[in-house]
Design a protein around this ligand. Structure first.
Ligand code: PGA
Length: 242
């Protein structure tokens, strides 16, 4: 595990954006796994600037996002798809065929999850998967539980996760869907490289437990200890308990 600690969340974003741009320059047809959430916003901002400055070419990139809410359409402003369109897909001018996303409106969730797994396989697997971490230790929408599902599946969101996502729904947690579709921990761990980004003191306890504690389904992020190629991008606050 390569732990990198930076002075500020700004420096974290710069380092991770540089890492991604470098990976795309080395491998233009990179298969990149992407997270949503507040933490990657600055990284996406820097990637937009770097792309505008012609520091990398995104025309051969393929993306897969970790998760999506169930029961809302991609055009809903609270959807992760809408978030990604605004943050990255439109500014980088990605074509629809470059973008892979779970469809939260799919009538048959199991079939949709199977389709997503097959699409990842068909793309040759994910080269670099960026992940955030929930304050409860979730990765993607793999919430703390007695058991975890390995592959892409439908999940019930924890109340704390719905509160954390209220910002996308006008600040009202009651409006946040109760369910979502998410890559499973096994799907995530199959990526050839993982980059975890976490900033702020609120993430310090789960970062410490996830990296130093036992591997447990009660803290899905602890499964990252099983992966041979994980990079952590932390600010001082998130790393304060390590
Ligand atoms: P956050 O979400 O970046 O908004 O803290 C992270 C996550 O839940 O994965």
């Amino acid at each position: 595990m390569k732990i990198q600690v930076f002075d500020s969340s700004h420096d974290v974003a710069e380092a991770l954006a540089d890492r991604v741009a470098c990976a795309i320059r080395q491998q233009p047809a990179l298969v990149l796994g992407l997270p949503t959430g507040r933490t990657p916003i600055r990284t996406y901002e820097r990637l937009r600037r770097m792309h505008a400055d012609l520091q990398f070419d995104a025309t051969r990139l393929t993306t897969f996002n970790l998760d999506e809410f169930a029961g809302i359409d991609r055009s809903h402003p609270g959807s992760f798809r809408a978030f990604m369109e605004a943050q990255l897909f439109a500014p980088l001018r990605l074509r629809p065929d470059q973008i892979h996303f779970l469809d939260g409106m799919a009538a048959d969730a199991d079939a949709e999850c199977a389709r997503y797994e097959a699409a990842i396989e068909a793309a040759g697997g994910i080269d670099l998967q960026i992940v955030g971490i929930g304050a409860n230790g979730h990765i993607g929408f793999n919430e703390p539980a007695d058991t975890l599902q390995a592959r892409t599946h439908r999940v019930t969101l924890a109340d704390s996760t719905r509160r954390d996502n209220a910002g996308l729904f006008g600040g009202d947690a009651a409006q946040v869907p109760r369910e979502a579709l998410s890559m499973g921990m096994g799907t995530i761990l199959k990526a050839r490289a993982l980059a975890l980004i976490a900033t702020g003191e609120r993430k310090a306890p789960c970062i410490e437990q996830a990296m130093r504690g036992p591997v447990t389904t009660r803290l899905p992020a602890s499964f990252l200890q099983l992966h041979p190629n994980v990079e952590l991008y932390l600010d001082r606050a998130a790393a304060s308990r390590l």
